[in-house]
Design a protein around this ligand. Sequence first.
Ligand SMILES: [Zn+2]
Length: 239
Amino acid sequence: MKLDILVLAAHPDDVELGCGGTVAKHVSLGYKVGIVDLTRGELGTRGTPQIREQEAKDAAAILGVSVRDNLDLKDGFFQNDAAHQMVVIRAIRKYQPDIVIANAVYDRHVDHGKGASLAYDASFLSGLVKIETKDDQGGNQKAWRPSAVYHYIQSHYIEPDFVVDISDFWDTKMKAIRAFKSQFHDPSSAEPSTYISSPAFLKMVESRAQELGHSIAVAYGEGFTVRRNPGVNSLFDLK
Ligand SMILES: [Zn+2]
């Protein structure tokens, strides 16, 4: 299945928090969007990999994505090295996305910056024909290089290079975030409190989206960074 946009994420819930509104918006615009989580988030303090798998499925259905895979890399310990790049190259060649969206270039969680570099490097390497990979049936995969890689913004504030208006998709984003019931604030939960399970965390997520939205004169926004200049066809592409 060819995708228009492939979103890569170190952990299930990174996509929802970082760019859930942008994903839902592009699905509604008719683009085929898929998510590939690198790990099962098995080191998360709350919940279990099984619970998070179901939550990830529920969130994917809310966002309307065409596919959600998991590469089963080791939470906390995956590396941006040749072995891991080959795994991500296979996923990129499988879905042949025009755009890859990946983790924040640096962040509080060490996996986020690593996930960003791994996605960026694999997106480039995926275009080199002399790197050979096999598909699920054992056939040779074709080289494929996405035309752009964008990074969402996560916990640490990073000045965005552009902001997507997600005002009409704010409710969908929050619904998808709340699908991860084990991770976020739940007054009935007996599990230990964490940085992201406090009520303050989701308030921060909303404030961030409002601030970014305000910066482009809309209600809610999601910011992205690029490693090369973003191009536009005309000045009217900018709002
Ligand atoms: Zn994460």
